[in-house]
Design a binder for this molecule. Sequence first.
Ligand code: ZN
Length: 407
Amino acid sequence: MKTISGTNLEQAKSHNRRVVIEAIRTNGPLSRAAIARMTALTTQTVSNIVEELARSHLLIPMEAQKIARGQPIIPYTINPNGAYSIGLELGRQRATGVLTDLSGTVCARVERHVDRPGPSEAMPVLAGIVRDLQAEFSFDHDRLLGAGIALPGRYADGGVTSLSPLNLPGWQDFAVASELERLIDLPVLVENDATAAAIGERLYGVARGLSSFVYLFLAGDGGIGAGMFLDGHLYKGSRANAGEIGHIIVEPHGRLCTCGKRGCLDRYVSPSVAYEYLGIDRAHELSPDDLDTMIKSNDPGLEAWLEQAAQPLRQTVDFLELAFDPQTIVLGGSAPSSLMTRLAARLEPLHIPVNPTEKRTIPRLMVGATGKDTAILGAAALPIFSETNPQFDVLQKPIIHRSAQQI
Ligand SMILES: [Zn+2]
């Protein structure tokens, strides 16, 4: 067997911890043997991880089930109060925060109005939301793992790598994670909204348990991007720019895009273009429900948008299927649901698949199930499923102490 160094062993342990928590969160109570079957980890590895998680009060053993032969089976379940996490989402007009427990249940929610904020306005608002969430719900604050934040734009190592978030100046090169960490004194993980939504959809929605899917994210007040979950891992690219599909050219010499190119997908399919066709001004100031009503009452406008959006998006779906061979493609995001369901319907029939005779168990294209909360729920999951979150060590302190005594 290949020798594994100390650092890698720690990483492997964190990864296995994530896999075990996710297996139980997704499937309900599981025995160690069932987890081993499901995750392809060895029974010994699963036993070590489960014991560690149980000692940290993240998992609870349930009543033993007697079987005819051999040891009774003990299923383990998630202890909802074992850990907590905060999810934050910042848009142009709204900053939102949720406090979730380890099972993913939302325990508290806080919303604040903002107006196209720069970082110097946004950071104190987000820190205030974190404080209010902690005051609003009674729980053991030592068990708060940190905060995850979903922002438009792409990030690597805490810095912005592509088009500035919120399409506003001031965000370029602003270290969101370290600045917010300084204000709230907790680990902060930053993710772009499309990737956060892919995580949310995988934990709570139609992509539950899937190992390969592409999530097409339509932002309520912006454009289109993709979150990619491939072969059981998030795929982010070498500079965290993977999934910037809004800037694929679908119409050479077409409409001018904010990126400087012509004919980008974004200029045909994004919700902001839909609002232009529908004659809705300042859509970012309206609630999703109000937008839904306006969309439903303007069929000619909606038809005109669908007519020019369907072909470019169908072409993009074809490209994504051929390039990544996902189990499915999910269309979702914070855009009004009426836009997404009509758009998904208009994409059918999709282009001929690579293997037309294959019997599919999952549709090629699905509309996301988690609605406008997808990205924020995904953001709240970041500290729980992070493989580098130092807060997990804090939860395990009593164990380290105990094993030191045993030695
Ligand atoms: Zn572009």
